[in-house]
Design a protein around this ligand. Structure first.
Ligand code: OGA
Ligand code: ZN
Ligand code: ZN
Length: 465
């Protein structure tokens, strides 16, 4: 039996930063000549009974791989820190097997362990990124040993080039290898949402992290949120956006004034009705979220309208699969061109419905106002295309699919602009009592980032997002 031994070498650079604190570990170098065993729980060799454990754990991990997720949840649910009982090298599967205190086992491929080494020379703990280079990675490397720390809170992988890779148990436990099955708790809705519209208070969102998180998770899941008590002055949509993450700049700037203007650069800057639509389909990087702040409402008209683009897409698929297919297939150009002030001419092609790699609806792009005059399709197909759009437009405007309400001064709505359609009814332009809104846009990257940060700060799991 091949027995792996160790020689202890002190190296000042082997300082590990662990969850905010700094502690030293001894850098352990393996030597086959030394006589000291690694530890009771460490593996003595690869030719020991590891093969049994390999087989046993391959059984434990057969199936759909969802076991890992439930293991994670078990620890999280107990609020307990996961501890490692045992670790073994499995040469046949080229993985390290880790046995946990809850009786479960996880597997980590050799190449993954080497590529993700958390030592100070491979990983920058402050910059949160790899220093090690892909060009230096030997993808066929095999460890020579694995050592479990006395408390079971960490393992150290030993490599043939004397490199040591420390891994905290909590980090390993948090890692899963499985198909992307991130759960989205999307709630589809129709007109019934009006009675249960997620409603939040400006002051609470500005001052309380838990309230902010609740608000953002409503925005993520429902796609439409109402905020009350926003001061009726300009600049507050910016304040909220900065509290969440950052404003996305668009053609005209960061925050746009929505008023009926003498020289409108957009139909929105008039008193005309805006049919249900999504904003900025003429951008490749379409704004993820539209925020609308009502500073002053019109005396007559100007009510807001909303519909769930996902729910109605699925309804269209049921009721008229041919129309649905046309709207999935045809990429329509959208444009925005400005003749006043700054010059711009943005243009992008989108299908009405686009999908993620699992075939789930991912984005809706729907805007009659900015649809290009040029249609890149055989002329014979144009009528069928309009028929399909018309069918969808009828469907989204059905009373059971729309949520209509009149925003009051101090209200702000945020909508998921790649899912929820919004619009407004025509309004009368009254001198001295002008309708005055501010509109701004955010990116989902910023919102998801804030959700992760808040969940981490509040000690809540955020594994699936
Ligand atoms: C817009 C818009 C809504 C409103 O400017 O894109 O949808 O209530 N405005 O004015
Ligand atoms: Zn390393
Ligand atoms: Zn709009």
């Amino acid at each position: 039996m091949l027995v792996l031994m160790l020689r202890v070498v002190d190296r000042s650079r082997s300082i590990l930063k662990v969850s905010g604190g700094v502690r030293c570990i001894r850098n352990v170098r393996l030597s086959r000549k030394s006589t000291q065993m690694l530890s009771r729980t460490s593996l003595a060799s690869r030719s020991n009974d590891g093969s049994n454990l390999c087989t046993q754990n391959q059984r434990a991990f057969s199936g759909d791989g969802l076991g890992l997720q439930s293991q994670f949840n078990q620890h999280a649910a107990r609020g307990a820190k996961p501890l490692i009982k045992q670790a073994k090298i499995c040469g046949s599967s080229k993985m390290v097997l880790v046995g946990w205190d809850d009786g479960t086992v996880s597997r980590y491929p050799f190449v993954w362990l080497r590529a993700n080494c958390r030592c100070n020379t491979c990983w920058h703990h402050d910059a949160y990124g790899r220093i090690s280079l892909m060009e230096d990675l030997d993808i066929d490397i095999e460890p020579t040993g694995v050592k479990v720390s006395t408390q079971g809170s960490e393992i150290e992988i030993h490599w043939p080039d004397n490199h040591l890779s420390p891994f905290e148990a909590s980090l390993l436990k948090d890692v899963t290898f499985k198909e992307d099955v991130r759960k989205k708790n999307i709630r589809l809705w129709g007109s019934e949402l009006l009675d249960e519209l997620p409603t939040h208070q400006f002051d609470e969102i500005m001052s309380d992290d838990t309230k902010l998180l609740n608000f953002l998770e409503d925005l993520r899941d429902v796609g439409l949120t109402l905020m009350k008590g926003v001061p009726t002055e300009t600049g507050n949509v910016e304040k909220i956006a900065e509290r969440i993450s950052y404003i996305k700049r668009v053609n005209n700037g960061y925050v746009l004034t929505l008023k009926s203007k003498a020289n409108p650069s957009n139909i929105a800057d008039t008193g005309f009705k805006l049919g249900l639509h999504t904003d900025f389909s003429h951008h490749y990087h379409t704004a993820g979220i539209t925020a609308l702040h009502c500073i002053q409402q019109s005396t007559i008209g100007g009510e807001s309208m909303f519909a769930d683009g996902f729910k109605t897409a699925l309804q269209l698929k049921e009721e008229n699969p041919a129309a649905f297919q046309i709207l999935c297939d045809f990429h329509c150009d959208f444009i925005q061109k400005n003749k006043h002030k700054t010059e711009f001419y943005t243009k992008c092609a989108w299908p009405t419905f686009s999908f993620d790699r699992h075939g789930n609806l991912a984005e809706v792009h729907y805007d009659h106002t900015s649809r290009d005059i040029r249609l890149r399709m055989p002329v014979e197909k144009v009528y069928q295309y309009f028929k399909a759009i018309k069918t969808y437009d009828d469907l989204i405007h059905r009373p059971e699919n729309t949520v209509n309400f009149r925003m009051q001064p101090g209200d702000m709505v945020m909508v998921n602009n790649i899912r929820i359609l919004h619009g407004r009814k025509a309004f009368q332009v009254t001198e001295g009592a002008e309708r005055h809104f501010e509109i701004a846009f955010l990116d989902w990257d910023g919102v998801y980032s804030r959700i992760r940060c808040l969940r981490e700060k509040l000690g809540m799991p955020f594994h699936e997002y």
